[in-house]
Design a protein around this ligand. Sequence first.
Ligand code: PLP
Length: 358
Amino acid sequence: MPKPVAQPVYLSTTYHREPDGSYADGYVYSRADNPNRRQLEGELAALEGGEAALAFASGMAAIHALFLSLKTGDHLLLPDDVYYNVRLLLDEVMHDWGLTYTAVDMTDQEAVRAAIRPSTRLIWLETPSNPQLKVTDIRAVVELAMSVGAKVAVDNTWPTPIHQRPFDLGADYVVHSTTKYFGGHSDVLGGCLIVKSVDDSWAKIKRIQHVGGAVPSPLDCYLVSRGLRTLRLRVLTQSASALALARYLEAHEQIERVIYPGLASHPQRAVAASQMENGYGAMLSVLVAGDAARANAVSHRLEHFSVATSLGGVESLVEHRKSVEGPASETPENLLRLSVGVEPVAELIADWEHALAR
Ligand code: PLP
């Protein structure tokens, strides 16, 4: 038998059954389990320091599976600037499921305390948040959640475990859109849920994955797993460039404000320093002096930043967030969200210098 260094992609949807009725290594049918997904799930759990992980077809499918494990009447707390599709999931897709939620400013602990109800079962955190990069004190929210026995889930897509380790801070679940930094190359859609300690709720979520079937293909699992091999290299490079670019832009007269947790000017800088490590991530938001039209014009003058949605790939992206989020969005109209890639940082800075020149 050959001994490949890289795992082969097992495209087979079905596996041989032995005369005694058993299946080699437990593989029966690829929706239930397959070698590429099993390998990826093991890597994801190890990476976040959890006991187990489940891979899904997208980040939203992972979030949906977690919400499906809740019951009618359960209450959730969401950040007031939660990734907008999470709200759509609850408001539209799961409307008849009977979950209720309160959107709250997670940086305000008194507001969180006041919003918690006896029926609160899950507190959802995204920190740094999208696109305002608000930083939530995970330890403090975990303590508040414990008062009613609610679980805490952290969407760790933006900081990745290279910068933030939610289980060490007391969280119960970690969620990722693996479409972003884990895949790392803007060519695969995926998501995952990771649990700190396996319990009955986890068994239910695993059943939802298996029976509901919102699973990634073996090739998708392979691509995410391959991305993980360079995660640390990419993220450290991208974060260092983001910090340098944030400092440059903050000093620029054509920029009204830069929001980045690595800057001294960030409102929750101390919290960020206490729970993030190795840097502050590669996402930043920039308020261009002027209106939406000026911000848009600047974004289209950039050459190294593609005007496109998403984040976390090796290529730099820029996006006018308010026009993506729709009229209900509270995002400032002159805000551009940047996903900093792996290009030489001097070129990225020169690109901005050119785009901002009048
Ligand atoms: N969580 C965050 C923070 C995201 O930015 C996204 C997508 O942009 C998602 C979840 C959803 O992931 P996906 O697009 O893979 O469904």
